[in-house]
Design a binder for this molecule. Sequence first.
Ligand SMILES: Cc1cc2nc3c(=O)[nH]c(=O)nc-3n(C[C@H](O)[C@H](O)[C@H](O)COP(=O)(O)OP(=O)(O)OC[C@H]3O[C@@H](n4cnc5c(N)ncnc54)[C@H](O)[C@@H]3O)c2cc1C
Length: 427
Amino acid sequence: MAWDFETDPEFQRELDWIAQFVRERVEPLDAVLGSPWNIHDPRFEQHVRPLQAQVKARGLWACHLGPELGGAGYGQVKLALMNEILGRSSFGPIVFGCQAPDSGNSEILAHYGTPQQKRRWLQPLLDNRIVSCFAMTEPQGGADPAVFTTCAVREGDEWVITGRKWFASNARFAAFFLVVAVTDAQAPVTAGQSMFIVPAGTPGLSIVRDVGIGDEPEATHGYLDFDHVRVPVDHILGQPGKAFEVAQVRLGGGRVHHAMRTIGLAQKALDAMCERALSRRTQGSLLADKQMVQERIADSWIELEQFRLLVLRTAWRIDHYKDYRRVRQDIAAVKAAMPRVLHDIAARALHLHGSIGVSTEMPFAGMVLRAFQMGLADGPTEVHKITVARQELRRHQASAALFPAYHKPTAAAQARAVLGMDGDVPA
Ligand SMILES: Cc1cc2nc3c(=O)[nH]c(=O)nc-3n(C[C@H](O)[C@H](O)[C@H](O)COP(=O)(O)OP(=O)(O)OC[C@H]3O[C@@H](n4cnc5c(N)ncnc54)[C@H](O)[C@@H]3O)c2cc1C
């Protein structure tokens, strides 16, 4: 019976190397560079590329991918153990070649791309010579595909795309966009929308503005306008009408990867909380000696470990079943739990640091805001809770009886019948 919470010593050595490398070499980048996706910044070439080369030399590059695409094919459990270290740093994922949305975009290019599409877009993306953008959400309807209005109309050998997209992360740095557009308004969502590859610079595609978030160093979430943007027919990704299916392939894994990295960020907040508690004296004693402070540390540790175990078990189930549909409830649960865990731990860390905790000189306000982002990006928490509940309800049946079997007098009567105690006097 395999039921094991240990990491094998060989992989633990890699994790130890990653932890030291991230702490000493990668985390400092967060303090001085801008957006990790800004590969066009000359400082990226100077300071990030050498670190990426070290990661590649160690065989740890793009570990979310199988060996056929240049990754180690570690599977989700090992990836989780890696990602919870990388999540401490905003540059962690890009230094290790597994940053969203490029990781998900490369997965669907590998899965659905034609040989020509793979040659043009996949390999440079895997090498991080380019970065990409996933443009699905629309300003009037969020991520609900039923209300998307961006459409693509076939004209001869081209598709003509018209509409607006919203919160397209890293649009300003991207070499290409994966765009969801309605191609058959009469068909259901699962058959009427297609995914297109739109190269940056295609006439008619413009960024209306870049939207900024909290403490992110640059405004990078693009509000995009598609004004009769023409792409050749071979720029469709997957089957026409099948954007929903294509998108699902990237979203399942992507949500779990966010959760893995969130563990790292929450751990960073907990580490800061403990350091502060052990360092700060007020009203006659260390913060660490005050019971209400201890309670916050205890609650944070318990919540983080519970979440971590849920993420790791979900990762294990993905590896085990190799079918995201079978792990839908777990993934939705992880996605729904993630914002609360990060929010509560980051908020406690912020509060424990007093006035400097709320200031822009500390990372905690950014972490709290990141928790809200986690509750929105890839779908709001409510939607994922609905999935958890519906999946759970499927396993249960209604009772036709007036009193259910767990009603104590009913249960006792049934037990007496089964045990042949009908003649006994009830206790
Ligand atoms: C940091 C960040 C990065 C993003 N990156 C991308 C990207 O790269 N590409 C992309 O296409 N999109 C991206 N998004 C968009 C993201 O997917 C959407 O913001 C998200 O799906 C929610 O859509 P919305 O913002 O329109 O909110 P709405 O759909 O309007 O939802 C607003 C609120 O309404 C409530 N609500 C919504 N649905 C339900 C429901 N069924 N039941 C109960 N309550 C509900 C929830 O409280 C929710 O928070 C990003 C968003 C963020 C914050």
